[in-house]
Design a protein around this ligand. Sequence first.
Ligand SMILES: NC(=O)c1ccc[n+]([C@@H]2O[C@H](COP(=O)([O-])OP(=O)(O)OC[C@H]3O[C@@H](n4cnc5c(N)ncnc54)[C@H](O)[C@@H]3O)[C@@H](O)[C@H]2O)c1
Length: 438
Amino acid sequence: MVEKGVDIAPANGKLGILLVGLGAVSTTFVAGVEAIRKGTSNPIGSLTQMGTIRLGKRTENRCPKIKDFVPLANLDDIVFGAWDIFHDSAYEAALNAGVLEKSQVEDLREQLESLKPMAAVFEQNYVKRITGENVKTGKNKMELAEQLIADIARFKEEKGCDRLVMVWAASTEIFVTASAVHENLEAFEKGLYDDDANIAPSMIYAYAALKSKIPFANGAPNLSCDIPALTRLAEDNNVPICGKDFKTGQTLMKTIIAPGLKSRMLGLEGWYSTNILGNRDGEVLDDPENFKTKEESKLSVLEHILQPDVYPELYKDFAHVVRINYYPPRGDNKEGWDSIDIFGWLGYKMQIKIDFMCRDSILAAPLVLDLALFMDLAQRAGMKGVQEWLSFYFKAPQTAPELYPEHDLFIQLMKLKNTLRHLQGEDLITHLGLEYYD
Ligand SMILES: NC(=O)c1ccc[n+]([C@@H]2O[C@H](COP(=O)([O-])OP(=O)(O)OC[C@H]3O[C@@H](n4cnc5c(N)ncnc54)[C@H](O)[C@@H]3O)[C@@H](O)[C@H]2O)c1
């Protein structure tokens, strides 16, 4: 049965992408979009730009590109804004990040230099290892939120944007759990006036986005909008939100391999993961309190995919260790090692070793693009609150409180594509396929 589909407002005019943090990921993302617009590169790694979607029966041969199937903003209609605690333009920040070759950054110098960060909302207690000068001051956290709201309105006006989205790509904050001040909007707003220590800068940005009715995607593991006060505000204001923590590198590999092991009913004794990286992210994560936030996000993945409760003979009590070591010589070119101890028929042991010599920001940049475009689509389609269909992009997907997150990359992809089919009134694909043999 073909569904009716959903009314989606057209993607007319300019889309402003507001980046919190203008570091390695953000500058690699902006430089990439500029290079693609110039025609010197392809959007490799971006599902919205390169991915296709099968529609109807396999015999129908309908398989358009996703960007031709749903009305996404065009890359030429994107404008960028950012906040950072450093004054560096995207050009200087890209050179500092050292992800892209200098000649490539020089080619894009004009576009990158024009992106200068607005002053940030920052609190040293939440990110221990870095200190910058480009930081807002105010008499309390509510005043800082109001300054961000004013930044957003000014940016929209000056750049002539029709719509905006905000993506958190700033440093990972220290580990905090939700407490009374996060419980509802009243407590949260009182906390902003009272300068409550439990309100992190990332929550202030999320609050400013939601008050301004712009979608907020959280690329880091810190809570940000994953608190009852802000998920409720998102629903009340009809704004989509999603998070947490871009799924790149080692966790991407984990969510590719673990579903395969489970599909074949192979057991797991232990999974040891270590990373060496030398960028600023690595430096921030070298602090135990900041690492704790990342560790929580990375650890949850295997438990959910392997379901030890359902398969105790295969997965009960497997050991899972994750380490990140800051090692400057590697810069952004992280090395992720996995040593996986599995067992098969009659309990015989086997080992898998993965050495992923990856480039963190090269993997993350296309996710920023896809998330910005899909969040803008979601808002035009009237979707609000947590966007679980975007779990595909996250290490620790945000869900409704009563649900466990789906981590299996392939289920996540099916969910994402079925959501797009649903929006456009196409049949959902179940892969049952019995009708071909009737
Ligand atoms: N593959 C990846 O690179 C990847 C994957 C998953 C998650 N992440 C997360 O994305 C974030 C960005 O990663 P990165 O490699 O670009 O890090 P980075 O250190 O290069 O950039 C982060 C930037 O955020 C700025 N910043 C910190 N606090 C801020 C604040 N309150 N307001 C505005 N700016 C602030 C810093 O000055 C820095 O320029 C990190 O939290 C990281 O853990 C990255």
